[in-house]
Design a protein around this ligand. Sequence first.
Ligand SMILES: Cc1cc2nc3c(=O)[nH]c(=O)nc-3n(C[C@H](O)[C@H](O)[C@H](O)COP(=O)(O)O)c2cc1C
Length: 222
Amino acid sequence: MDIKEAVIKRHSVRRYLDKELDKSAVNGLKTAISEACKDSGLDIQLVLNEPTAFTGLLAKYGKFENCKNYITICGKKGREVDVGYYGERIVIAAQMLGLNTCWVALTYKKGKVPVKPRAGEKFYITIAVGYGRNRGLPRKSKSMEQVCNVGTTEMPEWFKNGIDFALRAPTAINQQRFYITLNENGSVSAKSKLGPCSKIDLGIVKYHFELGAGRDSFSWEE
Ligand SMILES: Cc1cc2nc3c(=O)[nH]c(=O)nc-3n(C[C@H](O)[C@H](O)[C@H](O)COP(=O)(O)O)c2cc1C
């Protein structure tokens, strides 16, 4: 599966098979995680065979089943956008390894997680990972016009592909509270409106936009 196919096939999955991750999947995840730690300076860890953090919850967005493996992300304050960007890089790598995932900010038992942040750092979020009982489902999405400043008939092809992938990005409670601007000088700006985890969402969206548009097609502007 190539990386673009992985973006298209990814959906949140909360129900997993009662099956340990195989060696190659674990190795692939560990590689993606250590590269993300190196590039970001975040403290990202893989927790394997720990069934208690995701058990016995009545979650509004769907109950977790057989979730025993998850990724934790800790880091200094103010790193939300990087948490989203590098976390989603791991999510897409996991999809390419044949795994399914779900970002989880709230519906888990934090006290059961065996990872604690380092001094001066905070615990940001977890990402459930495993072999899904299903592959998840496409969900509702905003339209292109709602999330960017250019009409679909006027936008360059690379920008359109970027927006298409941005709309496929997971966001907390599917809020999609981001807005992408194609500036007059050809650069691109991405902003998030206030909402739960909306800065983490923004980092996820920026990673997706880069994959869709092509990293060499444009540069980001604050
Ligand atoms: C930052 C973030 C936090 C999330 N937190 C939770 C959560 O606590 N519980 C949960 O079940 N899903 C959570 N999700 C998953 C979203 O509900 C899901 O990504 C969204 O509905 C879009 O669906 P999709 O991922 O299938 O595209 C979270 C997603 C993101 C990006």
